[in-house]
Design a protein around this ligand. Structure first.
Ligand code: DX5
Ligand code: ZN
Length: 218
């Protein structure tokens, strides 16, 4: 198996000291900082926008992965690119027939692009766009909140997508997000995921370096 990237989701961090949290988690072994952007419309929660991303950008030299859970994401991709996102991922459920052009628009900004599907979306619906993606994200919870339970039925979909990527001959990363724990991380890696998002599992611990190491090695 190739390299696996660990992507702590700062949704589970303490926002009252977010600069410190991002700085520390970067030193504690994170490869990627996963940034959950929510608008209160696409999902029933509100987090932060481009200014927040720009401000925390100064605290870390890790890969910044902006997961946009917002409607009409194409309206904001330029702002997130300017803010310093390295990857911008947009939901199929938010873009529908505009997905391909939104991915292209992200690439045209010089940023790596990703598509995301919810747990109840069949990946076959988006096979045609997977080769366009630098990263493909499968949600293993319904988006909106950290700390939810992993949905097991997503595992065979991860396998399908990972196989598709191998057959396509591309190097599209396969990311999994939601409910990842030390108990299930082995299975998601075996299924073919190579970017592992973890919110609560990392931030609830005091020894975060140890848990990141375990997520990497389990
Ligand atoms: C859910 C977010 C996830 C979430 C993951 O809407 O996209 O990134 O923060 O948190 P855990 O790992 O706690 O499920
Ligand atoms: Zn996320």
């Amino acid at each position: 198996m190739g390299k696996v990237l660990i992507a702590p989701s700062i949704l589970s961090a303490d926002f009252s000291k977010i600069g410190e949290e991002v700085e520390n988690i970067s030193k504690e072994g994170a490869d990627v900082i996963h940034l959950d952007v929510m608008d209160g419309v696409f999902v029933k929660n509100i987090t932060f926008g481009p200014k927040f991303v720009k401000d925390v950008r100064n605290k870390s030299d890790k890969i910044f992965d902006a997961h946009l859970m917002i409607v009409e994401p194409w309206k904001y991709i330029e702002k997130f690119a300017e803010a310093g996102a390295d990857y911008i991922t947009v939901h199929y459920e938010a873009c529908r027939d505009k997905l391909k052009e939104t991915l292209r628009a992200i690439k045209d900004l010089g940023v790596k692009c990703g598509a995301v599907i919810n747990p109840d979306t069949d990946p076959e619906k988006v096979y045609d766009i997977i080769p366009e993606c630098d990263m493909f994200l499968l949600m293993s919870v319904f988006p909106g909140f950290g700390g939810q339970k992993f949905i097991e039925s997503v595992l065979p979909k991860v396998e399908k997508v990972a196989d598709f990527v191998v057959k396509s001959g591309k190097e599209t990363l396969v990311e999994i997000d939601g409910g990842i724990t030390l108990e299930n991380v082995r299975r998601v890696k075996d299924a073919g995921a190579n970017v592992i998002v973890a919110g609560n599992t990392v931030f609830k611990e005091t020894d975060r370096a140890a848990v990141i190491e375990k997520l990497r090695n389990y």
